[in-house]
Design a protein. Structure first.
Length: 320
């Protein structure tokens, strides 16, 4: 059954409590996870009413009692991990992302698709000077997630890296793989996205709508690393089949139905929070380009439809 459209409403501006910040949102990226949360068809199912959005960037307007990490006027990014317990085994070892008591921005706590948002001061990330907030928003999720994928994949100079799905995440994964020294192969079904991959330095492109990607990659000698950004289980299987012996399969997307079948094993990669500083430093140094398409926040419903229809070549951004 089709979900009801989101409502654009005026609500009271919240007041920060102890340990919280009130952030005036400048830009908020639209991620597939936001759409699944809004429609209640993903693994994370929030209870309405709620405000989606976990790629918010903005200026600290008010500081709640006890906050020492940030001050009024700071520009911060509000990521998916909105809060963690701080006392479990994961948290005390600095690996909060698997915390079973975590709260997630735009899901279990209100997010950034709004003019203002509350945030836990311990989990927002300060944005370096000189970076456009419209470019930071996608880095808050798409950037740090794909950077972590490439890093965990052990990409090293000379590795052939196949990127399955060029778009809001894929165009960043490709750039990070190239920064690590990889020879990138971009795989997608639209020529517009493959043209983007070429502009960003892909060594090879494969249109999977007209060419068998497994055969094309095998003809190049196979992939040392395959990074999957598409949600189709079939694409995951193709990525696995494209690997050379000893290759690494890195899954970033969540497969439709939350299941996948591989002939050898399943791999789940977790833990991304510690990589924010590196992602922001790379962008501040001009090493990455973030391709965004801005839309008004009032147009969120049509924006969601365009993302689901793969009608946006890069990352869609919502502006209050």
């Amino acid at each position: 059954m089709r979900a009801e459209p989101l409502e654009i409403k005026e609500v009271p501006t919240p007041t920060p409590g102890a340990g919280q910040l009130l952030v005036r949102i400048e830009a908020s990226g639209l991620c597939h996870t936001d759409i699944h949360a809004a429609r209640g068809d993903g693994p994370a199912r929030p209870t309405p009413p709620f405000l989606p959005g976990h790629e918010g960037v903005g200026i600290v307007e008010l500081v709640g009692p006890g906050v020492t990490e940030h001050t009024t006027g700071d520009r911060v990014a509000i990521p998916w991990l909105g809060h963690a317990c701080g006392t479990c085994d994961y948290c005390v070892t600095g690996w909060e992302t698997p915390c079973e008591a975590q709260q997630n921005t735009g899901c279990s706590v209100d997010g950034g698709h709004a003019a203002f948002a509350l945030a836990d001061a311990r989990y927002v990330v300060r944005v370096p000077e000189g970076i456009d907030p419209a470019e930071v928003a996608p880095l808050t999720c798409a950037g740090v997630t794909t950077y972590r994928a490439v890093k965990v994949g052990g990409v090293s100079p000379g590795d052939r890296v196949a990127i399955f799905g060029i778009g809001g995440l894929g165009h960043l994964a490709q750039q990070y793989a190239q920064i690590f020294g990889g020879e990138t192969i971009a795989i997608d079904v639209t020529e517009e996205k493959l043209a983007l991959a070429k502009r960003l330095g892909a060594a090879h492109v494969v249109n999977a709508a007209t060419t068998d990607p497994v055969a094309a990659i095998e003809a190049l000698g196979g992939a040392d690393v395959a990074v999957v950004l598409a949600a189709s289980p079939r694409i995951i299987e193709q990525a696995h089949a494209s690997l050379r012996r000893g290759g690494r399969l890195i899954l970033v997307s969540s497969p439709k139905g939350s299941t996948m079948a591989l002939p050898i094993f399943q791999t789940v990669l977790k833990g991304i929070r510690a990589d924010f500083a590196e992602v922001f430093r790379l962008h501040a140094a001009g090493r990455t380009r973030v391709m965004v398409e801005p839309r008004a926040l009032d147009d969120i419903n049509s924006a969601m439809e365009d993302v689901l229809a793969a009608g946006v070549p890069a990352h869609l951004l919502l502006l209050p």
